[in-house]
Write a protein that binds this ligand. Structure first.
Ligand SMILES: C[S@@+](CC[C@H](N)C(=O)[O-])C[C@H]1O[C@@H](n2cnc3c(N)ncnc32)[C@H](O)[C@@H]1O
Length: 216
C-alpha cells in the first residue's frame, strides 16, 4: 500500500488525462494512479539515475511500461502539451519554485504539491503566478506534518499566515492542525523560559499569541 501522503495526493489526480510526477523517486504515485485508472498515462521523472532506476524497476514489476514513462530530467523541462496535471511531492518549497519557474506549464490545468518546507515562499510564488488553491489537506505521517495543496489557474489573496499554513487548512481547523500548532506553542514556551534577551522575549510572545489566535 502506498503512503498516506501519496494516497491523498492521488485523489486530486483522479480524472485528469496525463500526469507528470516530478521527483518521482520510487515511482509509486504514477504507478498507483495508472493501476487505478486515475489517468491514462504518466511521466515519472527524476534528475538522478539511482531513484529513476528504482522507478523503472517498479514500473516493470507493475507491468506498466506502456503507460508510465520514466524520464531522466531536471525539473519539468520535458513537459509536452498532453500533460494536464503535475505532481511535485517531497521537495523543499524553494526547489519547487525553481522547478515551476522554468516549466512550460501552458497546458497544465492542475498542480498537486507537497512541499517539505518553505510553504510561505511557495504560496507567495504561486499567488504571484496566478495559481489559486482549490483544495488543501494537512497530513500527519510518521510524526511529521505535510501540507498538501492543489492549485488551478486563478487569482487568490492570502495573508502571511495563510501563506505559511494554508488558507483552507486554517479554515478547517482539524485536530491534526490544532495538534501541530499546540506543539509549536509548547516549544516556543520552553524557549521563552530559557531566554533573557528582551527583544527575543517580545518576538516569541508575539508568535505564541498569533499561533493561539489561529486555532481559536
Ligand atoms: C524525497 S524524494 C520524494 C519522492 C516522492 N515524490 C515522494 O514524495 O515520496 C525527492 C526526489 O526528488 C528528486 N529531485 C530533486 N531535485 C530534483 C529536480 N530538480 N528535478 C527532478 N527531480 C528532483 C530526488 O532525486 C528525489 O528522488
Amino acid at each position: 500500500m502506498i503512503s498516506k501522503r501519496l494516497l491523498s495526493a492521488s485523489e486530486y489526480i483522479k480524472g485528469y488525462n496525463v500526469l507528470a510526477d516530478c521527483g518521482t523517486d520510487h515511482g509509486y504515485l504514477p504507478i498507483f494512479c495508472l493501476e487505478n485508472n486515475y489517468v491514462t498515462k504518466a511521466y515519472a521523472s527524476d534528475n538522478k539515475e539511482g531513484p529513476l532506476n528504482n522507478a523503472i524497476a517498479n514500473i516493470k514489476q507493475a507491468d506498466l511500461e506502456k503507460a508510465v514513462i520514466p524520464v531522466l530530467a531536471d525539473g519539468l523541462s520535458y513537459l509536452n502539451e498532453e500533460v494536464d496535471v503535475v505532481s511535485i511531492l517531497g521537495m523543499g518549497g524553494r526547489l519547487i519554485i525553481s522547478i515551476l519557474e522554468k516549466a512550460p506549464l501552458d497546458n497544465v490545468k492542475r498542480l498537486v504539491i507537497i512541499a517539505n518546507s518553505e510553504n510561505e515562499q511557495l504560496r507567495d510564488f504561486l499567488k504571484r503566478n496566478d495559481w489559486k488553491i482549490v483544495a488543501e489537506e494537512l497530513i500527519k505521517e510518521k510524526a511529521k506534518y505535510y501540507q498538501l495543496q492543489v492549485l488551478e489557474r486563478g487569482k487568490m489573496e492570502l495573508s502571511n499566515f495563510e501563506k505559511e499554513f494554508g488558507p483552507l487548512i486554517i479554515k478547517e481547523k482539524s485536530d491534526i492542525f490544532k495538534e501541530m500548532i499546540n506543539k509549536q506553542i509548547t516549544n516556543l514556551s520552553k524557549a521563552l523560559s530559557l531566554t533573557t534577551n528582551s527583544e527575543s522575549i517580545k518576538k516569541i510572545k508575539n508568535r505564541i499569541e498569533v499561533l493561539e489566535r489561529v486555532i481559536r
